[in-house]
Design a protein around this ligand. Sequence first.
Ligand SMILES: [Zn+2]
Length: 325
Amino acid sequence: DGDSQADGIDDWMVTVDEYDKILQSVYDRGYVLVDINDVWSESTDANGQPVMIRNTLYIPEGKKPLIFSYDDVNYYDYMLKDGFTYKLILGEDGLLWSYGLDPQGNEVISQDLDAVTILDKFVREHPDFSPFGAKGSLSLTGYQGILGYRTNTDTKVWNDELEANRLKECEAVKPIIAELKRTGWTFGSHTWGHINLSSSSLERVKADTKRWMDEVGSLVGPTPILYYPHGARPDGDDVQSTGPIFKYLQEQGFRVFASVGISSYSKIKTDICAVICDRLHPDGTTLRGSDKVIGWYSQFYDARDIIDLDVRPNRGVKWTPKSAS
Ligand SMILES: [Zn+2]
């Protein structure tokens, strides 16, 4: 609608049709979903020091392993008036559905509009896409609650009524979390406040992490996965060195530190028990990208077949159209 969020949504999101086409494409190309928590394990090195090791995954012959992660599965306030679903709910059939309001204010309960329920449905229809029952990893901040439930404390003046409402939301989200876990979804931290770890002080990171543990970890359980907000790495460069922020986060239980990048890069650190890795990011910026950029995604899909140019604002594309041949 051209409001202040329009370009950001165009840049960082995919439409439902694009997502459906991406799922079909990776399925057709022989990918199968695996759990990020199965890829590495904690072990000890020759000196008895804790170290991460890469596991051998046994997957059906001819298939290729794929991990899905979803950032900011919080259903932020700013999204609700812009065509996003509002929250996940449990239907009378026991399945997860999304709830939302359309522009006229009518309730919409669906399984075809939300990344979680669409993947659930896709796996029900194509069980061989998830041979071990894995779905995706949901990366959660905490500052506006989780999964569409306002389970967060606030920096505003707090009172008993606000706290009672917060506790009600905490109770309401518990069965949603349980059903997500039961059906193969896992959780990771995206920090409480979506803070930039490359420019935050250690004190700020400590306060933020404590708040994530109190308000999010207390609901979803402990997780070894940290998804860097903005893809920003702590202490300058976590690839070459291990700084005080990285050390602190590792002490809090995080073992897999995920940024974003141009390939499925990963590195087991040798000076500390941790793994760093990159994730590709299917979104408007990469769907519109240059031939080089769409090439990074070509093992999964051809961006030119995926992008929903009828729906997206007309900001142009950088790739060369396919030839008529
Ligand atoms: Zn984010």
